[in-house]
Design a protein around this ligand. Structure first.
Ligand code: AP5
Length: 223
């Protein structure tokens, strides 16, 4: 049996979202991506979206208090037997907050490690289709026709925070504010790291082995 609360750590572009989706499917867990929640709020121009749009576009972190509310609301809605957190916690304050919310439930933290130059290429090269959402990378997996989706012919778009200067800022913020979270979990029992620079399938194989070999919290069926 696998761990019930899985925290995926790693720098921007490490593959947290990619791996979290696959893992959530395989384990039938909920996938809570704070980045996706915030981007959706910006798209729908909600109160939350109005507060966070500029912060995200600049590559900075949304204030802890606001993020804690977002995560608390999302966790309270989950009915699945486990949850994968992707993008939270990103500060030591957020990690403390998560411990409080979860009480004595055990957290398995897995850090996906990738070197910085690889991250920059993954992020600055990323384009997504405005029609069907398919992801391309101009360096590694370009479309047949520049800027156009092979699948549906719609234009490709770039995430505002994937522009080169914003990517560099996200990585700086990560080093300053999020790397301490790794040390926070290293001091706890269930911390692991893996090499995220390999093929997506190989990374997933390691991740799956790690989370299914961790002792799990039997206390509650819900996270
Ligand atoms: P968020 O959306 O969480 O962005 P991020 O973690 O900075 O970056 P990504 O989502 O791009 O990286 P990822 O590790 O998920 O990689 P992915 O799988 O996408 O956050 C965005 C913003 O929201 C933040 O900057 C902040 O402003 C705000 N925010 C969110 N949470 C917050 C919080 N807790 N506190 C405060 N603010 C918060 O992969 C990246 C690319 O690489 C993809 O194109 C993918 O196809 C490719 N790829 C993945 N794996 C591989 C592989 N193994 N080999 C080759 N390519 C790969």
């Amino acid at each position: 049996m696998s761990c019930r609360v899985i925290v995926l750590l790693g720098p921007p572009g490490a593959g947290k979202g990619t791996q979290a989706k696959r893992l959530a499917n395989k384990l039938d867990y909920a996938h809570v991506s704070t980045g996706d929640i915030l981007r959706d709020a910006v798209r729908r121009d909600t109160e939350l979206g109005k507060k966070v749009g500029q912060i995200m576009a600049a590559g900075e972190l949304v204030p802890d208090q606001l993020m804690s509310q977002v995560v608390q609301e999302s966790l309270s809605r989950q009915q699945s037997r486990g949850v994968i957190l992707d993008g939270f916690p990103r500060t030591v304050n957020q990690a403390d907050y998560l411990d409080q919310v979860l009480g004595n439930k055990k957290i398995c933290a897995v850090n996906i490690e990738v070197e910085e130059e690889q991250l920059v290429k993954r992020l600055t090269g990323r384009r997504s289709c405005s029609g069907c959402g398919r992801i391309y990378n101009v360096f590694f997996s370009p479309p047949g026709r520049e800027g156009i989706c092979d699948q549906c012919g719609s234009p490709l778009i770039q995430r505002p925070d994937d522009r080169d200067e914003v990517v560099r800022e996200r990585l700086r913020v990560y080093r300053n504010q999020t790397e301490p979270v790794i040390r926070y979990y290293q001091q706890q029992e269930a911390y692991s790291s893996l090499d995220g620079s390999r093929e997506i399938d190989s990374v997933f194989g390691d991740l799956y082995r790690i989370v299914t070999n961790q002792a799990c919290d039997q206390a509650s069926p819900h996270p």
